[in-house]
Design a protein around this ligand. Structure first.
Ligand code: MG
Length: 389
């Protein structure tokens, strides 16, 4: 038996505000779609995870799902119905017996709920999770209450919605052939084709992120959840120093700052990011930057220091660790650091997979004391706390 999961991420999701569609906004340091895809990829009963994305979202999707073992995304249509049909058609070559169709904007879906939907498909050709309605329902056309609706059999529908593959494929093809449009979820397509659908209990947590407030709350919840699962707290520290050389800019925390000199080094000499990298490596006892990127290796000549930082984060994440916060202090007489701090935090947050509010960059001069005070170079200290299971 092969089970496929189609993750529908075609929407432009502009109701949630922000510069990018909601499924690409960050919660708990990762894009919403990353969390969603990972639940299905990690599920032992799911064999194929097929994302369906919006036209023009290719680069954003690739960046958002970096490191996840996903097939190429297919490009959806102009409506959810079209996107789902395209996604269902796309997994045909795997000959799945069951298919789950899930909204990318529901990142809190649990493995247990996925299990439940899959197992109900042994008895019914379709099964969808949902929640019974607790509030009293009013029918109020034009804003005036005309009657109270009996809520006894009313449910809200969630995803993943599960179907026998051949049944839902035929239902979508039928709707397509008849040019029936406006079916807002997969169950509606199945209903339209006369397929019997079992309603099963969903989960309150499995809500769909729609508004800007939903994203804010989800960011908090996802972060708290990640931390709660990791009781092992560790602290790491890193220190680095680079001397000045002839040049016109220094790179600190990934941001190029115009200056009368540059920093000398084998890589881009981002002294602050080197200190941070060593601090992270320190939390998992993985040596220092030199262990992983020997200066004798020509490959790292002029390299952007983000590759060092990404390596350290990768080693931490290989142990299922996460960063709780990072605190960097830069010691320099010049240039002025403060105006660049927001850009530095924004640059590092996606690399560390944490919210920018958990990154601090501070700067101090040495009051002209010592080598740093004589403007011979820049020094940086970094402290991080990490959490491990
Ligand atoms: Mg260095």
């Amino acid at each position: 038996m092969t089970v496929a999961a189609v993750i529908v991420a075609g929407g432009s999701g502009l109701r949630a505000g922000g510069e990018r569609p909601k499924q690409y906004q960050l919660i708990g340091g990762r894009p919403v779609i990353w969390w969603t895809c990972r639940v299905f990829l990690a599920h032992p009963a799911v064999d194929i995870v097929q994302p369906v994305i919006g036209e023009g979202h290719e680069a954003m999707f690739a960046e958002a799902t970096k490191g996840l073992d996903l097939p190429l995304a297919v490009i959806g249509g102009s409506t959810r119905q079209d996107s789902c049909r395209i996604g269902i058609e796309a997994v045909a070559r795997h000959k799945p017996s069951k298919v789950l169709i899930h909204d990318a904007a529901r990142p809190f879906v649990s493995a247990g709920l996925i299990d439940n939907v899959i197992s109900w498909l042994d008895r019914f050709p379709a099964a969808i999770p949902g929640m019974p309605v607790a509030e009293t329902l009013k029918f109020a056309p034009g804003g005036m209450v005309s009657r109270t609706v009996d809520r006894a059999s009313i449910w809200t529908a969630q995803t993943p919605q599960g179907f026998t593959y051949d049944g839902i494929l035929a239902a979508y093809r039928k709707a397509e052939a008849e040019q029936t449009q406006g079916l807002t979820d997969d169950a509606s397509v199945a209903e339209h084709a006369g397929i019997a659908i079992s309603m099963i209990m969903g989960e309150l947590e499995n809500r769909k992120l729609t508004t800007a407030d939903d994203i804010v709350i989800a960011n908090r919840d996802m972060t708290v959840r990640q931390i709660a699962e990791r009781p092992d707290v560790r602290v790491g520290q890193g220190i680095d120093v680079h001397t000045f050389d002839e040049g016109d800019a220094v790179i600190l925390c990934g941001v190029s700052i115009p200056h009368t000199q540059r920093l000398k080094g084998h890589s881009d000499a981002d002294v602050a990011m080197h200190a941070l990298t060593d601090a992270i490596l320190g939390t998992v006892g993985e040596g220092d930057i030199g262990t992983h990127f020997p200066p004798s290796d020509q490959r790292w000549k002029g390299a952007a220091s983000r590759i060092f930082l990404e390596k350290a984060v990768e080693l931490l994440e290989a142990r299922h660790g996460i960063i709780a916060n990072a605190d960097i202090t830069i010691l320099a007489e010049a240039p002025k650091i403060a105006p660049h701090v927001p850009a530095m935090r924004a640059y590092m947050a996606p690399l560390l997979h944490i919210d920018p509010s958990r990154i601090a960059v501070k700067a101090t001069t040495m009051e002209k004391l010592g080598a740093i005070g004589r403007k011979e170079g820049i020094m940086a200290y970094a402290t991080v706390t990490v959490r491990l299971p």
